[in-house]
Design a protein around this ligand. Structure first.
Ligand SMILES: [Zn+2]
Length: 283
């Protein structure tokens, strides 16, 4: 009997491979990609998903972001019934949309709606990079345009958080047209003197960076975010020059006048409230 007990042990020790060594049990712990510190997921959540050691900003989902901003988590969502069709019959597009819906519990790559921040009514849009890499197809563009129109009607400031890989390939030219549509809707806000604040988070690239996310009356970014139009390699090949290391980061863009502010996430809500306060005429 004693023998049996010993036999149950494996004859060989298992040597963890490099891949498994790097894996941290998902859910309980998280590894910071910048400083390598193993962090308790609960602690990370409590700290608004910012690494306590080096300040790295982990990706926030749209629902998490909304919860962290609006008063008491109260949020009235707009256009939640809008879902993408497959206008070009692009192979597997519908299947991928369905997969992302199941994975994220979202209908599209953006949530729009209204709430209050420190009592100030706002219209809020938040993109979610988990859904088709936060790419902008017709629905994303339409939701942003409608949110901007409501901002004009209600005279509420519009705050929009971008996180996007750019225009959505599977909707081809229709995606590119969203750049013009959203820009036109924001122009209307400008005519009506309604405040538009754009917050660019990691990553904001392609047609999104080249349209609404750069059109804020105030453009803010989170630290260390990748922001740019084309990828580094494409630009280097085109201009035949080596680009600086910090090229296309928030800090680089701030230095060169493309952004107004770079604000760490833990200070962002207070900063937005301050901006709302400055732009609200009372009485
Ligand atoms: Zn870190």
């Amino acid at each position: 009997m004693l023998k049996d007990l010993f036999r149950k042990q494996k004859k060989y020790a298992t040597i963890p491979t490099e891949a498994t060594k790097n894996q941290v049990p998902e859910g309980i712990m998280q590894k910071c990609p910048t400083c390598g510190t193993i962090l308790l997921s609960k602690e990370v959540e409590k700290n608004e998903k910012v690494c306590k050691v080096c300040g790295y900003h982990f990706t926030m989902t749209a629902p998490e972001r909304i919860q962290s901003l609006v008063d008491d988590g109260r949020f009235f969502e707009y256009d939640s019934d809008l879902i993408s069709v497959d206008p070009l019959e692009f192979p597997d597009y519908q299947k991928k949309i369905k997969q992302d819906m199941d994975k994220t519990d979202l209908k599209e790559a953006i949530i729009t709606g209204e709430g209050t921040m420190d009592g100030y009514p706002i219209i809020l849009g938040v993109m979610d990079s988990r859904f088709r890499m936060g790419s902008m197809g017709s629905v994303v563009g339409e939701k942003i345009a409608r949110a901007a129109e409501r901002a004009v009607q209600k005279k509420f400031p519009f705050i929009l958080f971008s996180a996007s890989g750019g225009a959505r390939m599977q909707e081809g030219a229709l995606s590119l047209m969203q750049m013009a549509k959203t820009s036109a809707a924001l122009q209307k806000m400008n005519h009506n003197q309604v405040l538009f604040v754009s917050v660019l988070t990691n990553p904001t690239t392609g047609g999104v960076s080249a349209s609404f996310s750069s059109l804020g009356d105030i453009n803010i970014a989170e630290p260390g975010a990748l922001i740019g139009f084309a990828g580094r390699r494409v630009i280097e090949q085109t201009v035949r020059q080596k680009l600086p290391d910090d090229f296309q980061t928030s800090e680089f863009l701030l230095k060169h006048g493309q952004l107004d502010l770079v604000v760490p996430r833990l200070e962002l809500r207070d900063m937005l409230v301050k901006i709302l306060e400055l732009h609200t005429s009372r009485g």
